[in-house]
Design a protein around this ligand. Structure first.
Ligand code: GLY
Ligand code: MN
Ligand code: MN
Length: 432
């Protein structure tokens, strides 16, 4: 069986169990619609329902539907309008077409004629959008089950994710060259896009391209057109997409200033050690806490904080420098679903005091997670720290010297296997 066939049979088996659990006879999935901007005749960029693109690699296809009844071949209602304003979707092609009963429509309203009756159907789609054909009911129990099982990637999905990495690392290499050549954030971003083969619209998230102190804003959302007078550092968190599957990679580069280069090297070493810990049976929450201890060790070794790492964790001091989670599941979405719930949708709690951790599950073969430790110099958090007794453990002169560098984050995607972990990102960089 080839990788796509295996993916589809695994998916339908999961759906069969989900339908039995929720008491529905059919599954109907809407790809979505183009939503119009308020008081305008232009749509927002179209983003497909992730549950739709799990079935087949169609990402630019509004008004399409999948209908599946256990034991039957899935139906794809394929919207192909007669449109001279836009390029309509081309005729369906690819190995996936052999597995679907494809019905082409050129008016969205024709879809209903090809779908099973809604009474016993789970209908998945954006409830906010007036889909016009069938109203989505998004049964919670069924969604929780499907989301939970997205935690394990099929061979087909891993292949798509490896391809997304290939695009992203090309972009990262070009971005570093642009940084070294003195480009602005906007120019670095443009170099990234050209090398990755993407437009902004294709990206799975808004790239973070942060020069100097902007690196301290975790989700820095702008790209300045003016280059700064000095290029001290670049923190670039930039992704790519392949057939609907995401990459999410961060690298940090410096200008040779020794304390910052040491910080990059130290975070990189701890990041590699954490990636090596992505093994079956490891509770990701424990890994997150281990990350705090490791980064606490870095802060102490580099003379930034004079305190035992375990005390940094206990007092919350390590969270001043590392105020986000270790990472998250990734796949059809950058922050993939069900990172902190079980197959019934019940919450798997985060450790107390760590509200931003996006993954609380135990690692198992087939899961893909990001590992993204960071150390930042964030003025607002440092100002609050100055009011606390732990402030006396901080070497504020060193902090002052590093503030103009913003921070360091290193992020890879890691596939948990039966044996050694597969680092999708580093493998792609090595093959450049
Ligand atoms: N790019 C967002 C994140 O790393 O989670
Ligand atoms: Mn991430
Ligand atoms: Mn990221």
């Amino acid at each position: 069986m080839n990788a796509y066939s295996e993916h589809l049979s695994r998916l339908t088996a999961t759906v069969d169990r989900a339908l039995a659990k929720s008491g529905h006879e059919h599954l109907i999935i809407a790809s979505g619609i183009e939503k119009m901007q308020f008081l305008d005749d232009m749509p927002y960029p179209f983003k497909p329902n992730p549950l739709f693109k799990q079935w087949l690699p169609l990402t630019r296809h509004p008004h399409c539907w999948i209908a599946y009844t256990p034991g039957s071949r899935p139906v794809l209602v394929y919207y192909q309008p007669d449109d001279y304003w836009h390029v309509p979707p081309s005729a369906p092609e690819g190995e996936w077409t052999a597995h679907f009963d494809i019905r082409v429509i050129n008016d969205p309203a024709e879809a209903a004629a090809h779908l099973p009756p809604p009474a016993r159907a789970a209908i998945l789609g954006d409830a906010d959008a007036a889909l016009g054909v069938y109203a989505p009911n998004n049964p919670a129990a069924l969604l929780a089950y499907l989301h939970y099982h997205r935690g394990w990637k099929s061979g087909y999905e891993l292949a798509q994710m490896r391809q997304a990495q290939v695009k992203a690392v090309r972009g990262h290499a070009a971005a570093e060259r642009a940084f070294r050549a003195g480009a602005s954030e906007a120019q670095i971003h443009a170099a990234y896009l050209a090398a990755a083969g993407h437009t902004d619209f294709d990206l799975p998230y808004n790239n973070i391209v942060a020069l100097n102190e902007n690196g301290a804003t975790l989700h820095y959302q702008y790209k300045a057109f003016d280059a700064p007078a000095r290029h001290r550092s670049l923190l670039i968190d930039a992704g790519a997409e392949h057939n609907g599957y995401a990459a999410d990679i961060t690298r940090t580069h410096g200008d040779g200033f020794e304390p910052f280069e040491e910080l990059i090297a130290a975070v990189d070493a701890e990041q590699r050690a954490l990636c090596a810990r992505v093994k079956a049976g490891v509770d990701y929450r424990e890994l997150h806490l281990e990350c705090h201890l490791r980064l606490g060790g870095v802060l102490r070794t580099l003379g930034i904080v004079d305190m035992e790492p375990v005390s940094m964790l206990d007092t919350g001091l390590s969270s001043v420098f590392f105020p986000h989670g270790l990472g998250h599941p990734i796949g059809l979405q950058v922050h993939d679903v069900a990172g902190f719930s079980d197959e019934d949708g019940a919450l798997i709690p985060r450790p107390a005091g760590h509200p931003f951790l996006r993954m609380t599950r135990t690692l198992e073969p087939g899961m893909v997670v990001t590992i993204e430790p960071g150390i930042y110099f964030i003025p607002t958090l440092l100002a609050k720290l100055k009011q606390r007794p732990e402030a006396k453990a901080v070497d504020w002169d060193t902090v002052e010297r590093l503030l103009p560098y913003g921070g360091v984050r290193i992020e890879d995607e890691v596939h948990c296997t039966d044996g050694e972990p597969e680092n999708l990102s580093r493998d792609a960089f090595a093959a450049l």
